[in-house]
Design a binder for this molecule. Structure first.
Ligand code: F3S
Length: 281
């Protein structure tokens, strides 16, 4: 049986950096209390490993009694950052630099009097973080064209996107905003890591009999990857670990494709490849 493993499967730049910073913090701050505000990345297995090294996940700044706080890859809100600094906690800021850029543009546009249109999922923590930097300015979070059409006409509109959005969706929102403003300023804050992984998954799913997509069930980018693959190959399974693989999936299968979300650790990918090659024998 042939196994095709996606070259881009697994950690993106921002997640790799955040994970590295978190493990480095456990060595540097031994004996101190270390917390992360929300899970550092969307991988329950990696969060558990960090917990074993003493990193405790807390929900809010008020739950931190002291010590070191690690900021997750998709960032936190401006208010949370202020609270952290006001309490003089030591900070390891693992916010992905691409997310930070989107936060900065949102702040700048709002300060300069633009109505901010943020293309993204309203409830996603990254979006909540970006919105918070617009301070008291006017902000509309839109998921696509339909919601953009409900934004009122404004003299100056500034557009920023959640880093995982597609270019096609951003383009549609820009198109709508163009008809609603005299001046439109757009910052392309989309990170290529998502589209590269999705295009590769599409190419693989179209040529195999079975597709395995690895990543946290709470990871939006992994769930999206699984959907994309399922559209092309209905025999697609979204799994978190190798333990979920069932030998029956491999009956009559001659080729299997494997991809993984941006927050899936390499050791889990290796275990899946190993188990798939045994199951396919
Ligand atoms: Fe950063 Fe892009 Fe990953 S924004 S966290 S490198 S998907």
């Amino acid at each position: 049986m042939k196994i095709i493993l996606g070259e881009s499967a697994g950690f993106c730049f921002g997640v790799k950096r955040a994970t590295h910073m978190a493990f480095a913090a456990t060595e540097e701050h031994q004996g101190e209390r270390i917390c992360s505000l929300g899970p550092i990345i969307h991988s329950p297995q990696l969060v558990k490993r960090l917990e074993e090294q003493g990193v405790e996940v807390v929900r809010q700044v008020a739950d931190i009694s002291g010590g070191v706080v690690i900021i997750r890859s998709h960032g936190v809100t401006a208010e949370e950052m202020e609270e952290i600094y006001a309490r003089r906690l030591a900070v390891v800021d693992a916010t992905c630099p691409f997310v930070k850029k989107a936060q900065e543009y949102a702040g700048m546009l709002s300060e300069q009097g633009y109505t901010l249109v943020l293309v993204g999922e309203r409830e996603h923590p990254e979006v909540r973080g970006i919105v918070s930097y617009a301070r008291n300015g006017e902000v509309y979070v839109v998921s696509g064209r339909r919601e953009a059409e409900e934004v009122p006409a404004r003299k100056r509109i500034g557009v920023v996107a959640q880093t995982t959005q597609s270019y096609a969706n951003l383009r549609e929102v820009i198109d709508v905003c163009l008809g609603k403003s005299q001046e439109l300023r757009v910052y392309n804050t989309i990170c290529d890591a998502t589209s590269v992984r999705q295009n590769e998954a599409r190419a693989i799913a179209g040529q195999v009999d079975l597709m395995l997509v690895i990543g946290g069930f709470n990871s939006a980018n992994t769930t999206r990857l699984a959907q994309i693959c399922r559209d092309l190959q209905p025999n697609t399974h979204h799994i978190e670990t190798a333990n979920e693989i069932e030998p029956a999936w491999f009956a009559g299968v001659t080729s299997v494709g494997i991809t993984a979300g941006a927050s899936t650790p390499q050791w889990i990918i290796d275990e899946v490849v190993e188990k798939a090659s045994v199951a396919g024998k």
